[in-house]
Design a protein around this ligand. Structure first.
Ligand code: ADP
Ligand code: MG
Length: 582
């Protein structure tokens, strides 16, 4: 049997799971952790690091690391990394390749296929980019599924006999998704979905940084340009502070210096829970909008929702929980770990695709998350005006779906009808996203107003097919707007392959050592000056040992470094992780 893994390719963290026996199981990374930071680093010698070690490296050498690239999926932007430019799918493929390698180690065999999750609000281009990332990593992407749908699948799989309405509220690092669904007798029906692709936990961290810098008379945007090292370090400290606020009424955040270090006598800023809640209030207002939209589209009142399910690491934040509690007037649920639930659901979806017997009593229906239509001219006040968006498949229509609309020629003897296909919610096409086009040629001569039938068919894979034909001819015109990477121009794909070919991958099995090295490097700035020399000597020795490739030398140097760290009051376990599974 060949495995299909489920992958949650997150902005901040990525996970991989596989359906084993009768349940989904998470795959541990080389540090024994289920969450792998979606961070890519390139070392001086060109070797690529993915995960914890890259996240450590990002603190001391941000120019060698890339993170949050999921936000750039589907755009033309490139990320400059160690003097080279990478696209978001290229960087994502490095993360996927790392997860694939970990899964192969875990299962003891090749993993050729995957189900990859995306935010529901990802548009066609972003989905294509995700699929391309999978293919660049050597994975056949069997299905792209919506993250909240995957989360719903985990709950639906667990609670198959339930009969209720659930809402999934997923706030991750960079994206926000809401999905309303109904469960009855093993059938999971997604009713509506909504979200925002530029709202997440990172924005909350940014708010925290902004109020701290504001107290110093600086703006975050300015500081980011002028003092990148200081901002990188502050971001890390604010990330910690944000988490600490769960357990403590107030936290002290130390102010790093311009070179990114935190001296013993660093100035501190006090942040109370109230101050944090106040600072993030504008972000909570933005959380409310998609929830309201999903409920309205699903013709459901907040009070009719039986369970509110929190997904995504950022839903741990107290102001967010408080907001949800007030909105739905009930205690939100987190039966499954909010970090893991999407990935587990992707593995359930993989089991459904593989016709696994453990899920043969389950049925799931999903919806098309956005409106699909064409560009058309409209007659307004006796004048023909172009650029209007005419919906053919409305958002939150259950998929698969096939719908037809009639259009007509606007000029006498018009030979060609150009159909531009768009996705979006705006009445003007210029504000929506063009996802394809189709030309109907050879229209027989005649007066204006000849009818052309346009059919949109959207399947479970998110593949849109557009057909057009004229009533009195048997000529058909077809175009397929797909998620297949093959649809991207061949040169784009070739370029990406070439760009990646020259990379060397740092061996996954040595990642824990690399992580310890980068962790220790970051700690150099933390220890007092008179301990620094001894500390650096131990780091140098470890670095040299890693270069030697001799196992025993590496182990000895690692033990020495761990001892020095302990002596300095730093817990080396934090960096070494739990390797018992790996
Ligand atoms: P993604 O799916 O986008 O990768 P995750 O679901 O992993 O995101 O969530 C990452 C976000 O959750 C980050 O912004 C992180 O700061 C936040 N987060 C994780 N744990 C906590 C916590 N204990 N308190 C506050 N925020 C948290
Ligand atoms: Mg997520």
């Amino acid at each position: 049997m060949s495995y299909i893994v489920g992958i949650d390719l997150g902005t901040t963290n990525s996970l991989c799971a596989v359906f084993l026996g009768d349940a989904p199981r998470l795959v541990p990374n080389p540090l024994g952790k289920m969450l792998t930071p979606s961070v890519v680093g390139v070392l001086e010698d060109g070797q690529v690091l993915v995960g914890e070690a890259a996240r450590e490296l990002r603190v001391t050498q941000p120019e060698r690391c890339a993170s949050c690239f999921k936000r750039l999926m589907g755009s033309d932007s490139r990320v400059e990394l160690a003097g080279r430019a990478f696209t978001a799918p290229e960087l994502s493929s490095l993360v996927l390749k790392a997860l694939k390698t970990d899964a192969e180690k875990f299962l003891g065999e090749e993993v050729p296929e995957a189900v990859i999750t995306v935010p529901a609000y990802f548009n066609d281009t972003q989905r294509k980019a995700t699929k391309m990332a999978g293919e660049l990593a050597g994975l056949k992407v069997r299905r792209i599924i919506n993250e909240p749908t995957a989360a719903a699948l985990t709950y639906g799989f667990h609670d198959r006999d339930a009969e209720k309405k659930l809402i999934v509220v997923d706030l991750g690092g960079g994206t926000f998704d809401v999905t309303l669904m109904e469960v009855f007798e093993g059938t999971l029906e997604i009713i509506s979905t909504s979200g925002e692709s530029f709202l997440g936990g990172e924005d909350f961290t940014n708010r925290l940084m902004a109020i701290i810098l504001q107290k110093q008379g600086t703006q975050l945007e300015v500081a980011e340009l002028q003092e990148p090292l200081r901002v990188a370090r502050l971001r890390q400290l604010c990330e910690e502070a944000k988490r600490k606020l769960l357990g403590e009424p107030e936290v002290q955040v130390k102010l790093p210096t311009a070179d990114g270090t935190v001296p013993d006598d660093a100035k501190t800023v006090k942040i109370t829970r109230d101050a944090f809640a106040k600072a993030v209030k504008p972000l909570l207002d933005r959380v409310a909008a998609p929830i309201g939209k999903a409920l309205r589209d699903g013709r459901t009142e907040a009070a009719e929702v039986n369970d509110v399910i929190l997904v995504g690491g950022a839903t741990r934040m107290l102001p967010l929980q408080e907001f949800v509690r007030e909105y739905f007037e009930q205690e939100p649920q987190a039966l499954f770990n909010p970090d893991e639930v999407v990935c587990l659901g992707a593995a359930v979806q993989a089991a459904l695709i593989a016709d696994n017997r453990a899920v043969d009593d389950m049925v799931m229906t999903d919806v098309c998350p956005f409106t699909l239509g064409v560009d058309s001219a409209k007659e307004l006040g006796g004048q023909l005006r172009s650029g209007y968006f005419v919906p053919i498949i409305h958002r939150n229509t259950t998929i698969p779906v096939s719908k037809e609309e009639v259009f007509s020629t606007i000029r006498p003897n018009q030979e060609i009808v150009q159909l531009d296909v768009y996705q979006g919610e705006n009445r003007k096409v210029e504000n929506n996203l063009k996802i394809g086009d189709l030309q109907v040629t050879g229209v027989p001569p005649g007066p204006a107003g000849q009818e052309i039938y346009v059919r949109f068919t959207y399947d479970v894979n998110g593949i849109l097919e557009v057909e057009a034909y004229m009533a009195n001819t048997d000529k058909k015109f077809r175009t397929v707007v797909t998620q297949h990477a093959a649809d991207l121009t061949d040169t784009e794909l070739e370029e990406a392959v070439k760009n990646l070919q020259s990379l060397k991958y740092y061996p996954r099995e040595d990642m824990a050592n690399q992580n310890l090295l980068r962790f220790a490097e970051r700690m150099v700035g933390e220890v007092s000056p008179f301990q620094r020399e001894q500390f650096e000597a131990a780091i140098d020795m470890f670095e040299q040992a890693l270069g030697s490739g001799d196992r025993q030398t590496v182990e000895d140097a690692r033990d020495t470094l761990a001892q020095v760290l302990s002596m300095l009051g730093i817990d080396p376990e934090e960096a070494l992780g739990d390797q018992s599974d790996g």
